[in-house]
Design a protein around this ligand. Structure first.
Ligand SMILES: Cc1ncc(COP(=O)(O)O)c(C=O)c1O
Length: 398
């Protein structure tokens, strides 16, 4: 059973281990799911790769998520086992024949994505020319506006897509177009540009049955990222402009659904000047601190000892492995008196944290626990800094 604590402070009072911990706040995940489902005019699929921990999946289910973007047979099995009534969509453009066969015949998956005629031939052959396939053509779109672009690996060009859509029509019950604008996309107009490309494909190939606008909606780590409502408004306007307004819609968010719903707790093992060496890092739960950058809310939690009320100063963080890639350059703002044995909470770490952890170099992480306090996000951080009078110092250093 997953251990459960009333607050982050209670976790660190009772948690005697020395491993880093992921604290999931299921009420936050559930609330976000309800909000996004209410705002989006179509099905909201959760991209399981983002965080496949059972407490996260259960909270999403409770929040009303019934559709899942499963990108491997392992994810399909996991979702099927946990939620027999769920709808799995196999959204990886390159699948093994074994994975397609198991997904179709054993798990009832009907929705598959592809970006090449050979993949279409494979799906058709492996499913014995099934008559109930829902096929999506993945379109390559520019990655401008995204912190982590997904360009260059998947997706067919807008020139190739019409022929592939027509080819799918010969075999499929329904045909759709999908794209992904890149993760942590900060520009709603990236969706507008992608939908314009879909409009071009439809103009040549004829109407499609579904449009899947992918994921990419940002976590609000800095606080000034556009909200989901603005992305939805931009998507609706673009669909209208390009004559796609009546097309049934779906999206596949990962990050935006779960980012706020978990924190990572890591311990300082050594301080060397303005460098803190932690028990967690790029090969553990904290890869995003490197790839997205130093924009996650941080705070020191000292149980029963000094409080984190010294002025904030910028630090660089390092993970525990021997690889120099395992560094998370700052400025990460933490109290000036940080020392060995202090724990830090990194907020808004529900996305791509525990899902990416490895056992590289023999370092273990301590698993997942439930927390029942408020999300530790940018708003809560700034409120607590304002109470301490540190907001100005914080704004300047950031
Ligand atoms: C096909 C697909 N859909 C959805 C997602 C989720 O993206 P995000 O977490 O940026 O919303 C990804 C992430 O890589 C993806 O590859």
């Amino acid at each position: 059973m997953t251990p459960s604590y009333g607050s982050a402070e209670a976790l660190l009072t009772h948690h005697l281990g020395s491993h880093p911990i992921v604290g999931v706040r299921p009420h936050v995940v559930e609330r976000t799911a309800r909000q996004m489902i209410a705002q989006f005019p179509g099905d909201v699929l959760y991209a399981v790769k983002c965080n496949d921990a059972d407490p996260v999946l259960d909270a999403l289910w409770k929040g009303g998520i019934r559709h899942f973007d499963t990108a491997s047979i392992g994810e399909v099995r996991q979702i099927r086992r946990r939620f027999p009534g769920a709808v799995c969509h196999f959204m990886h453009p390159v699948k093994s024949p074994e994975a397609i066969a198991e997904a179709y015949f054993e798990h009832g998956v009907r929705s598959f994505v592809l970006d090449h005629e050979e993949e279409l031939a494979k799906i058709v052959q492996v499913t014995n020319r099934a008559k109930d396939l829902d096929l999506f053509v993945r379109l390559a779109v520019p990655g401008e506006g995204a912190v982590l672009t997904l360009t260059g690996k998947f997706g067919c060009d807008v020139e190739e897509a019409p022929a592939l859509v027509r080819a799918c029509r010969a075999f499929a019950r329904s045909v759709g177009i999908t794209f992904h604008v890149g993760s942590q996309c900060l520009d709603p107009m990236a969706f507008h540009r992608a939908i314009a490309l879909c409009g071009q494909v439809v103009a040549e190939a004829g109407a499609v049955d579904m449009l899947d606008v992918g994921g990419g909606f940002p976590g609000r780590y800095r606080g000034d990222e556009p909200g989901f409502d603005l992305f939805v408004a931009t998507i609706k306007a673009a669909l209208h402009q390009y004559g796609l307004a009546g097309t049934p819609l779906q999206c596949e968010p990962g990050r935006a659904l779960v980012a706020d719903g978990a924190s990572v707790f890591a311990r300082v093992e050594l301080r060397r000047g303005a460098s803190l060496y932690l028990n967690d890092g790029v090969y553990g739960n904290l890869a995003e601190l490197k790839w997205i950058g130093p924009q996650f809310p941080l705070r020191a939690i000292r149980v029963g000892g000094r409080h984190g009320d010294a002025p904030l100063i910028p630090y660089d963080l390092f993970g525990p492995t021997c690889d120099s890639i395992d560094s998370m350059p700052g400025p990460h703002l933490l109290p000036a008196d940080m020392d060995e044995g202090d724990w830090i909470e990194v907020g808004q770490m529900g996305a791509y944290s525990n899902a990416l952890k490895t056992r590289f170099n023999g370092f273990e992480t301590g698993g997942v626990v439930f927390l029942h306090d408020d999300a530790f996000d940018r708003i809560r951080l700034e409120a607590s800094l304002a109470r301490r009078g540190d907001a100005f110092a914080y704004a300047q250093a950031a």
